[in-house]
Ligand binder design. Structure first.
Ligand SMILES: C[S@@+](CC[C@H](N)C(=O)[O-])C[C@H]1O[C@@H](n2cnc3c(N)ncnc32)[C@H](O)[C@@H]1O
Length: 293
């Protein structure tokens, strides 16, 4: 990631959720509050993103966005929305079963912690992200409850995550935690991913869960969405956000140890989360994994 600029992919995801919310066919997949938070993020980030927001809210832009999607990664917008829906429902289910802490790593501009914060009054939340991304989120939402929602800025490529900053802000390793790393691990080298797994384990009470996504390595070893065009490869490299880590489901079982795997959710499982999606393309290649300690 470029050190001064927020993650471009995080901005793109925020824009995708606004777009989907305005698409009559898919609007039910993105809540009004979620779309409003993403829109606010784009409104406050820069002049360009404010202008972009105006454009994506126009009906005439919908066919253009569909064309761009077809030329880049077909089905990526639905993938983002369904990936979020799946992880949010796993988090809600853990919180309904006695989990009292949620830590989101690489949260980008996702409003999930704000929504859960509203709905679960006894739960405490942390967001850990690259400083270049996180400062924009904190600036855009200065009033978000400091007592139960904490922000910790770390460049995970430069500094290993240790529990100190979490514990200083009230995190209790003896309580059950739901950890999330959505759309993050593909940007970190394998050794950092392994060390993160061990660190999170060391901070987790029994019954804690970890929901994360990973890129499934292709047969030729490449790490990308199945139908990703060369245009996207170049864009990610140009933005200094290339995918550097991917794995297979079999390799992952060893890599996540001492976490134990509960289940995977791929594009077919995600398709079941929304009505009327049977014939819609959903991008393939990134899989959600739920693991438990
Ligand atoms: C693709 S965005 C995903 C954002 C969010 N999880 C979502 O799904 O909407 C990638 C996120 O990973 C974070 N990230 C990438 N490299 C990082 C690093 N070296 N240290 C900390 N965070 C990093 C970015 O700041 C960004 O928030």
């Amino acid at each position: 990631m470029q050190n001064e600029q927020a993650s471009r992919t995080a901005l793109l995801i925020a824009a995708s959720l606004v777009l989907l919310h305005h698409d009559p066919k898919c609007s039910g997949l993105v809540s009004k509050t979620s779309a409003a938070s993403c829109a606010h993020m784009l409104e406050t980030y820069s002049l360009q993103t404010r202008l972009f927001l105006k454009i994506i809210r126009q009906g005439w832009f919908r066919p253009i966005s569909k064309l761009i999607e077809r030329m880049t990664i077909p089905g990526i917008l639905l993938h983002y929305a369904l990936r979020k829906k799946c992880i949010a429902s796993l988090a809600r289910s853990a919180l309904g079963n006695g989990t009292t802490q949620v830590v989101i790593i690489g949260g980008g501009f996702d409003p999930l912690s704000f929504e859960l914060h509203e709905n679960f009054g006894e739960v405490r939340f942390w967001e850990i992200d690259h400083p270049a991304t996180q400062r924009h989120k904190v600036r855009a939402f200065p009033k978000i409850g400091a007592e139960r929602l904490h922000f910790i800025a770390v460049d995970l490529n430069a500094t290993a995550l240790n529990g100190e900053a979490l514990i200083k802000s009230g995190f209790d390793p003896a309580q059950r935690t739901f950890w999330i790393a959505e759309g993050l691990l593909m940007y970190l080298p394998a050794d950092i991913v392994s060390s993160l797994m061990r660190t999170l384990k060391s901070l987790s009470a029994s019954g804690s869960q970890f929901a994360f996504t990973f890129m499934e390595k292709q047969n030729d070893g490449r790490i990308r969405f199945h139908s990703q065009s060369k245009l996207v490869d170049c864009w990610l490299v140009g933005r200094d956000e290339p995918f550097v880590w991917g794995t297979t489901r079999d390799e992952l079982v060893d890599l996540v140890r001492p976490w134990s795997m509960i289940r995977f959710f791929d594009h077919d499982n995600l398709r079941d989360l929304g009505p009327g999606l049977a014939d819609e393309p959903i991008a393939q290649g990134e899989v959600i994994c739920l693991a438990e300690i």
